[in-house]
Design a protein around this ligand. Structure first.
Ligand code: HEC
Ligand code: HEC
Length: 241
């Protein structure tokens, strides 16, 4: 008699815990998904996905990249970043052939604000994690876009920094992480080769000035570069392949 009542007490307790932990789970996942809840509800195909295990869909990424989605306030990325991610202007980065994981990280960083750019913060705010992965997978498969270095005067300086760093200032060779051809190393180190000099220079400045705070490695490196060194290496990278 006593035993049974103890057992029933115990099972009662267990049931209580189970209910509590279910509530805890719901509130946690509710928080995690809250930011994406509205856009996901608007996309009917999202319902078929297993929660937490989204399938990456480059075709959906291409559609969103090219057309945007007016119902969700997503601007067509192609407007600035160009067909296949090959932008026509140096202020808008080329995105073609960039590593998917790097692209997704940048979009997340814009959304969180660790990469503070007013234009892209607005763009990224409209994207779900699934959108980011889809667009990144599409872009990673596009052919690489090559460029040319413009300034003959600074090519030698740019090349020596890229290949050998600046020993006297403790600047490491860029090639060590971004590879000798500028192709980078997936997924950690982004492709740089062929990127617009203007954009490269702007990013080095953003790291140095603390506007882009999403990489302590690059902040340390950029803080050791003078304006002249930044310009030289940014221009050298544009012609690298
Ligand atoms: C109005 C022009 C404009 C539109 C539209 C736009 N972008 Fe951008 N994008 C920029 C600019 C400018 C930058 C550089 C930001 C900076 O300096 O940090 C950038 C940077 C990026 C980067 C970082 C690239 C790198 O090499 O680190 C990614 C990724 C990106 N955009 C993706 C997108 C996606 C995806 C969309 C569409 C949803 C989009 N952009 C729409 C202007 C635009
Ligand atoms: C220790 C490794 C390492 C070295 C050495 C290094 N980088 Fe980087 N670099 C990174 C990482 C990691 C990122 C990506 C940061 C992020 O996640 O946003 C990056 C990003 C960049 C970007 C931004 C790319 C984009 O598309 O926005 C530029 C430009 C850049 N590096 C230039 C350089 C230059 C120039 C040098 C040499 C002076 C250099 N890096 C040396 C690790 C390195």
């Amino acid at each position: 008699m006593r035993q049974t009542s103890q057992i029933s007490k115990l099972t009662g307790l267990r049931a209580g815990f189970a209910v509590l932990s279910i509530f805890a789970l719901i509130s946690v996942s509710g928080k995690v998904f809250a930011a994406d809840a509205a856009p996901m509800a608007a996309a009917p195909e999202a319902k078929a996905e297993v929660p937490g295990k989204p399938k990456v869909d480059p075709a959906a990424g291409e559609a969103l990249y090219s057309n945007g989605d007016a119902t969700r306030g997503v601007t067509a990325c192609i407007t600035c970043h160009g067909p296949k991610g090959q932008s026509a202007i140096g202020t808008w980065p080329k995105l073609s052939a960039q590593h998917a994981a790097y692209l997704t990280k940048q979009l997340k960083n814009f959304k969180e604000g660790t990469r503070a750019n007013p234009i892209m913060m607005g763009m990224a705010a409209t994207l779900t994690q699934q959108d980011m992965q889809n667009i990144s997978a599409f872009l990673a498969k596009q052919p690489i876009s090559q460029g040319v270095a413009q300034d003959k005067e600074t090519i030698a300086l740019g090349q020596s920094i890229y290949r050998g760093g600046i020993a006297a200032k403790g600047v490491p060779a860029c090639a060590a992480c971004h590879s000798p051809t500028g192709a980078g190393i997936p997924a950690q180190y982004p492709l740089l080769g062929g990127q617009w000099a203007e954009y490269n220079n702007a990013q080095l400045l953003a790291f140095r000035e603390g506007v882009r705070t999403n990489s302590s490695q690059m902040t340390t490196i950029a803080s050791k570069l003078s304006d002249k060194e930044m310009k030289a290496v940014a221009d050298y990278i544009a012609g690298l392949h």
